[in-house]
Design a protein around this ligand. Sequence first.
Ligand SMILES: [Zn+2]
Ligand SMILES: [Zn+2]
Length: 92
Amino acid sequence: MKYTTRSGDVPHQAHVNYACPCGCIAGVIYDAAAPPEKPGACCCGRLLMVGPGARQRLESRLPGDEAFDLDAGTVKLPWGEVVETALAVPQE
Ligand SMILES: [Zn+2]
Ligand SMILES: [Zn+2]
């Protein structure tokens, strides 16, 4: 998945977004001072986690009664830092 970023309202905060196939611009707000505990959810059920250990943190929060495909990657934030991304896509 390709992500876009833009600066948030405060320093070290960034909006990380992607064009979801459902038609939404989905994403999550990443704050380097307080990495998000909860993934950003899209209306279609996709969940995005950003930051160190994103994949493990996302996997530990997935509902156990649903099957997901995981798309792990990285994104470069507006201030140049590269962090992990993990996107959970519900299986059909
Ligand atoms: Zn949607
Ligand atoms: Zn979606």
